[in-house]
Design a protein around this ligand. Sequence first.
Ligand code: B12
Length: 227
Amino acid sequence: MSDERSRPPTQPLKAAEQAYLRALLAGDRLQAQRIVFEALEQDGANLYDIYLGVFQPSLYEIGRLWETGRLSIAQEHLATAITQSAQAALYSRVTLPSKLDRHAVVACLTGNYHDIGPRMLADFLQLAGYNARFLGANTPIDSLLGMIQDLKPEVIGLPATTPDQVESVRRAIEQIRTDFHSYRPTVMVGGLAFNLIDGLWKSVKADVWGPDARRALDHLLGTTAWR
Ligand code: B12
């Protein structure tokens, strides 16, 4: 799979993306799944392509339609739930590396409910050979620190979607650096809030950032071969 990550991105999956968005708007979960299974199994797309070329732009469009009052909250929630189930179903069809000899933890801190993007990062880390634990939304920092203490993961991923969540990430990184001296995990940050302001990721003293989960992983692994 790392070869697939390194190859140039395939043509954007425009048709699949448009069909997927239509399925979301129609609230048709089975059709949504069919579209991404087909892209994976017949059109030769890989997981990176589908996550970033189908799920991500479709959800950004759902966000735009919701923000401009053309979708109700209920419709937006339905689109989210359909994507969560399609993501899980798709991931179950992917061959994972048999050896996962490094640890990673990805967690949305308290107050952050946007967990689809961070889950993508966790899935990519797993494909890259990390035993990636994804803690989901709204994780209290003390509990996260406890897990870090027990597990000593090489990589920790902390997302922020809205501006106020950046401060929680900054404090969490500060606390990780204060609590642990001889052990220094690589901290990755990402999410919309970091994407909106150039260099913000450096101000929270993170080690790695990327505008999407694939580019963040590339930075982590120190390769930009696919560009
Ligand atoms: C679904 C959704 C929700 C769902 C989330 C459910 C869930 N389980 O995730 C719910 C309904 C809970 C929700 C709530 C809110 N939401 Co909302 N939501 C969205 C929506 C439509 C899609 C989010 C998504 O999954 N995107 C797709 C993923 C794949 O993209 P992504 O998150 O950017 O992630 C990628 C990269 O950023 C990166 N990445 C992400 N995390 C990380 C972490 C690391 C470590 C790394 C390296 C990389 C990385 O990799 C990912 C893959 O490439 C967006 C629209 C949008 N533009 O995203 C609005 C959006 C994010 N929400 C928004 C808002 C305002 C809210 C609310 C404040 C609304 C309200 N008034 O209640 C609350 C806040 C909740 C909270 N406290 O967290 C705004 C945010 C604007 C801003 N930046 O301030 C958006 C942009 C909508 C809009 N157009 O206005 N939301």
